[in-house]
Design a protein around this ligand. Structure first.
Ligand SMILES: NC(=O)c1ccc[n+]([C@@H]2O[C@H](COP(=O)([O-])OP(=O)(O)OC[C@H]3O[C@@H](n4cnc5c(N)ncnc54)[C@H](OP(=O)(O)O)[C@@H]3O)[C@@H](O)[C@H]2O)c1
Length: 245
């Protein structure tokens, strides 16, 4: 059987790095993408030394030229893509848990957050889709967050009701909409598309206060990347459980 090829964005650190490691452990060829060359190469060297089949690709999801290069590179080298983990993401609002940034967020922050976490995920995915269609079992994992749940945000007393980072939350809600729409568009194919909530994870974004470590934080992404033919599509998942949109 041909080896599976996976692309993980934002793989130089945090959940993306650990996702690349766990996919590597499965014997998958992992293209670990990062926007910063030095950081990306360093991460890939670490994982290579652990014995995995990993290579580095410079990919800033905000750069059209990088997205086109990713398509050309994967097309020329592998001719297909089995797994795309849209992991790269940003949370750049100033505001802690308990704040509501709806009335204070700047236009710049709102647009940058939507660009990286939503518009450019759509751009990258749709650019790579012809390669994913060539896979026997394409899997697309969109790193969302429970903070993208409109249902939970609208329910007073829900576990996330008190945290309203407007730009971030909106970007993940929009990403969830893409998951639903793309899964429906691909329903007659062998490609599955799902949103992952990794949990609140100790990373630069999640902070040291988070209860989960990256090993567990990567588990939802990896499980959705490795779904078998009976697996779900168009769902919003955290550690095997469905979340409400
Ligand atoms: N940690 C949590 O508790 C948590 C909870 C829910 C959802 N998530 C989601 O999980 C994903 C990973 O988060 P994390 O906690 O691992 O965050 P992190 O440690 O801050 O890592 C984010 C990664 O995304 C990359 N990135 C940001 N903008 C990029 C761009 N324009 N192009 C390419 N790469 C870019 C970063 O690269 P640089 O190193 O160059 O900045 C980094 O590799 C994100 O989508 C996040 O929203 C995290």
């Amino acid at each position: 059987m041909a080896k599976k090829i996976a692309l993980v964005t934002g793989a130089n650190k945090g959940i993306g790095f650990e996702t690349a490691r766990q996919l590597g452990k499965e014997g998958i060829t992992v293209i670990a993408a990062a926007r910063n060359k030095e950081n990306g190469i360093k991460a890939v060297e670490t994982l290579k030394n652990e014995g995995f089949d990993i290579e580095f690709l410079q990919l800033d999801v905000d750069k059209d030229t990088d997205i086109q290069f990713a398509f050309d590179y994967i097309n020329n080298k592998y001719g297909k893509l089995d797994i795309l983990v849209n992991n790269a993401g940003i949370q750049i609002e100033s505001g802690d848990w308990g704040l509501n940034t709806s009335t204070t967020v700047s236009d710049k922050v709102l647009r940058q957050t939507l660009d990286t976490n939503f518009f450019n995920v759509v751009k990258l995915t749709n650019t790579l889709l012809p390669l994913i269609r060539k896979s026997d079992a394409g899997r697309i994992v969109n790193l969302s967050s429970i903070l993208g749940s409109l249902k939970l945000h609208s329910e007073v007393g829900s576990p996330i009701y008190g945290s309203k980072l407007f730009a971030y939350d909106t970007s993940k809600a929009a990403l969830n909409s893409y998951t639903i729409h793309l899964a429906a568009a691909l329903a007659d194919t062998n490609i599955k598309v799902n949103s992952a909530h990794p949990g609140w994870v100790k990373t630069d974004m999640g902070s040291d206060a988070a209860p989960m470590d990256v090993v567990d934080g990567a588990k939802t992404s990896v499980a959705l990347a490795l779904l078998d033919a009976e697996g779900v599509s168009g769902k919003y998942i955290h550690l095997g459980n469905e979340l409400p949109w």
